[in-house]
Ligand binder design. Structure first.
Ligand code: SF4
Length: 343
């Protein structure tokens, strides 16, 4: 099946130059349509992704986010990929929350190195009111440095998103992780609807949404398509879409899962780009294990954001100097603050 007949992409795959796209945020996608994209010949898929990318973004600009863990380990949830779940024996220490001073110092360094967004993660099922009180103080201080702010704190209760927004939070990250039908294989302590409810609260508070998923967890191609369709249909789709390649951690249930073919990872990036044209598609966890060539293919497929800094929450990330070198080789530059498609 080589022809998508809907109004998202009116394109005969044998004549890719004739492709046109509709960038409206109200367009909905079926899982089958996303699978049709994934099934395209690789060159046609990448070509379409580049066309969409160039309609909406500077093709050589990459948005840089720095991520720190403000509260590490000891999480009561059971996400099968996560070294911070208390029930898995991964060697991750359960640490107290960082102080305001520690977070601000890290944020200053991130800004000096060129990051435009500072993301703060905490290993909680969801924040308690005392956590929100501390986080609002931290968010205001980071925002005052002139950085965009993002937080990932777990599931939110009513009113919490508004408090974070008032403190100056620009983005809230809450990944859908995978397709709804595969979700129970990965997480049992909370459900897919819980995730969707939190995303709705974030939107309701007027914040930008950062939501994506993890591939390479043993899911089928159909499940990958299901994840992308779910994200694309959120209405509006997220402003930021992190696509993670599973980093297998000894001690977690997903250690030993079948690894994903790297070209399938690139295909997933391309379908995210095509179905969410204006989103910043972030090449996230797993980049440390990727060659420069694979990363270059991901950028070609429409990824235009990375985590920038030596570590992610608890796993390694390519070093800053390594990334600068890759950017020089590829002629890429950092996206300037304020040049993104946001609320
Ligand atoms: S809720 Fe977050 S920190 Fe907790 S186990 Fe799941 S992914 Fe890890």
């Amino acid at each position: 099946m080589n022809q998508l007949t809907s109004n998202k992409i009116n394109c005969d795959a044998t004549h890719p130059l004739d492709c046109t796209t509709v960038s409206s945020n109200s367009v909905s996608w079926t899982v089958v349509e996303i699978e049709m994209l994934l099934d395209l010949p690789f060159n046609d898929l990448i070509y379409r992704a580049q066309m969409v990318h160039r309609q909406h973004h500077d093709p050589n600009a990459i948005q840089l986010s720095t991520l720190i863990s403000v509260k590490t380990g000891g999480c009561p949830e059971d996400c099968g990929y996560c070294p911070q779940a208390a029930r898995y024996h991964t060697g991750i220490q359960n640490l107290d929350m960082l102080s305001l001073e520690e977070v601000v110092m890290t944020a200053k360094i991130a800004k000096e190195r060129g990051a435009s967004r500072f993301c703060m993660g905490a290993a909680w099922r969801g924040p308690k009111q005392r956590d929100i009180d501390k986080m609002t103080e931290i968010i205001s201080a980071v925002k005052a440095l002139g950085l965009q702010t993002c937080a990932t704190l777990g599931m939110l209760k009513s009113g919490q998103a508004e408090q974070l927004r008032e403190a100056g939070l620009d983005y809230y990250n809450h990944n859908l992780d995978t397709a709804s039908e595969f979700y129970d294989e990965i997480i049992k302590t909370h459900g897919y609807q819980d995730r969707l409810d939190t995303l709705q609260k974030v939107r309701g508070a007027g914040m930008n949404v950062c939501s994506g998923g993890i591939v390479g967890m043993g899911e089928t191609r159909q499940a990958r398509a299901g994840l992308i369709a779910q994200l694309a249909n959120l209405g509006p789709y997220p402003e930021s879409v992190p696509i993670n390649n599973l980093v297998q951690i000894v001690g977690t249930p997903l250690h030993g899962a079948e690894t994903l073919d790297p070209l399938e990872f690139v295909r997933t990036i391309a379908t995210a780009r095509i179905s969410m044209p204006k989103a910043m598609v972030r090449l996230s966890a797993g980049r440390q294990e990727m060659s420069e060539v694979l990363q270059a293919l991901c950028f070609l497929a429409g990824a235009n954001s990375i985590f920038y800094g030596d570590t992610l929450l608890t796993t390694d990330n390519p070093g800053v100097e390594q990334d600068k070198l890759l950017f020089r080789k590829l002629g890429l530059h950092a996206l300037q603050l304020g040049s993104e498609n946001v609320l």
